[in-house]
Design a protein around this ligand. Sequence first.
Ligand code: FES
Length: 209
Amino acid sequence: MSNVSVDAKDSALSETQPDNTRRRFLTVATSVVGAVGVGGAAVPFVTSWNPSAKAKAAGADVEVDISAIEPGQLIRVMWRSKPVWIVRRTPETLAGLADHEDILRDPNSEAEQQPAFAKNRYRSLKEEYLILVGICTHLGCSPQYLKDGAFEEAVEGVPDGFFCPCHGSKFDMAGRVFQSVPAPLNLVVPPYQFVDDTTVIIGSEAEAV
Ligand code: FES
């Protein structure tokens, strides 16, 4: 188990969006870390600058600066009291998504677990970035991110993925559930949109591009 922390800096309120009915807040602080068990990867937990519990309860959008995410890294943010993962996938990971679709339960994302723009092999708006609600679709545990070959203990030949330690459900690097596990559905993709190459807003759905 390991911990990583990044000093928090001054925070700033972001109100750049023309639609003032939505409040967006610049993510500036990173602290704490979730850690996964043996074979897992340390997961920075990005604390968004939320103005009030009231706004959070109302489901305010969360703006996240993703410029510092390294290839293969996963960060977490909170959105509507749920953990949301943002993973920067490597070209190798993206290429590998086609290799195991015959052992997935819903490889084409037919079940409505994602916005329309994410109904594709990558389940994302931009192939490089995977954004998921980090809650197992079985009974709600938090799956672990296993990378760099660690996931092969769960699924032979698949180096990276998500493993739920509660009852053994397995998901690939697009959040697609494997067959023969308790989880019935792929992981949920939340609504989101990119406002530029390095800024994503969780909670506001984008048009397909
Ligand atoms: S809660 Fe994840 S497998 Fe049961």
